[in-house]
Write a protein that binds this ligand. Structure first.
Ligand SMILES: [Zn+2]
Length: 289
């Protein structure tokens, strides 16, 4: 069925899973599509919108050829919003605000509306916070689909409100300690034994929460290990996971939130090739001692 030429970029496995969810009336309110190939992820998001809105024969939906499918695929359907800023480095709050206004309205034609946000990892902190309001609105018949190439640059509070769909299959033989951190498959391949590193990361977290200036020493110990780029990503992702777990458990809300938003900024800095040592030093200085 998905051999249809207009759906040639759609990910076969993901669309199969989504169709199954659709048939069981189990489509989530919000998805986070993590893919290194934006074109495939956007095509799959559009395919899902077509699945809901298609007017074709029941057993041939989405056909990709009816008026509704055509409008979705040419970005002209009133119930499908694609937010993207391909030319810019960041995606600001002004692009997210209209979605909030749209939430107050009913779908124009179909049963559901679709908010698709491409390059969601480019969202600024204020845009991310505005989006949280959208995701927290449980009543509106909206499916929000975030598309990101790097899950580490998405706020944990957003991740926890979405269903994560990983387009690259990376689930085989991954130890528990590195699973669910959102590392890419190539990062996971490069990662060596993380036991020593994990102790230091836990130590750094404890230092930060206690405003202990021992953090300077812990950071030096991490830097002295001279770790790979993949291990650097692991350090930040693990620190984020520990912080998020404490936040969910209701511990030290203020400091944990501060650490999370600082990790978010640090991940942003890393995407601009700021050195790892500058990033870690920024992290500990941003958390006031
Ligand atoms: Zn159709």
């Amino acid at each position: 069925m998905e051999n249809n030429v207009v759906f040639k970029d759609v990910d076969q496995k993901v669309s199969r899973d989504l169709r199954q969810a659709y048939e069981h009336d189990a489509i989530s309110h919000s998805y986070l599509f993590v893919s290194s190939d934006n074109q495939v992820a956007v095509a799959t998001a559009n395919w899902l919108a077509c699945l809901f809105l298609c007017e074709g024969e029941t057993d041939n939906r989405p056909d990709g050829t009816c008026a509704n499918c055509q409008r979705v695929l040419s970005s002209n359907h009133p119930d499908v919003f694609l937010v993207e800023e391909l030319e810019k480095q960041s995606l600001g709050i002004s692009l997210i605000r209209p979605l909030k206004e749209e939430l107050a309205k009913s779908p124009v034609e179909g049963s559901r509306r679709f908010f698709i946000i491409n390059d969601a990892q480019k969202m600024t902190l204020s845009a991310s916070n505005a989006l949280l309001n959208v995701l927290e609105e449980p009543i509106a018949p909206v499916v929000t689909i975030l598309i990101a190439n790097n899950v580490n640059q998405i706020l944990p509070t957003i991740i926890s409100r979405t269903q994560l769909v990983n387009f690259e299959n990376t689930t085989e033989n991954i130890p528990d300690s590195v699973a669910n951190l959102g590392l890419s498959s190539s990062e996971l391949d490069q990662l060596e034994d993380t036991t020593e590193l994990e102790e230091l990361i836990q130590g750094l977290y404890n230092d930060l929460v206690q405003h202990n200036n021992h953090a300077v020493l812990t950071v030096k110990q991490i830097l002295d290990l001279n770790i790979s780029k993949a291990a650097q990503s692991f350090v930040l992702a693990k620190l984020q996971q520990i912080t998020d777990q404490n936040l969910q458990a209701g511990n030290d809300l203020q400091i944990n939130q501060q650490i999370l938003s600082t990790i978010f900024k640090v991940n942003e800095m890393r995407s601009y090739n700021v050195s790892f040592s500058s990033c870690l030093n920024y992290l500990i200085l941003a958390i006031e001692f």
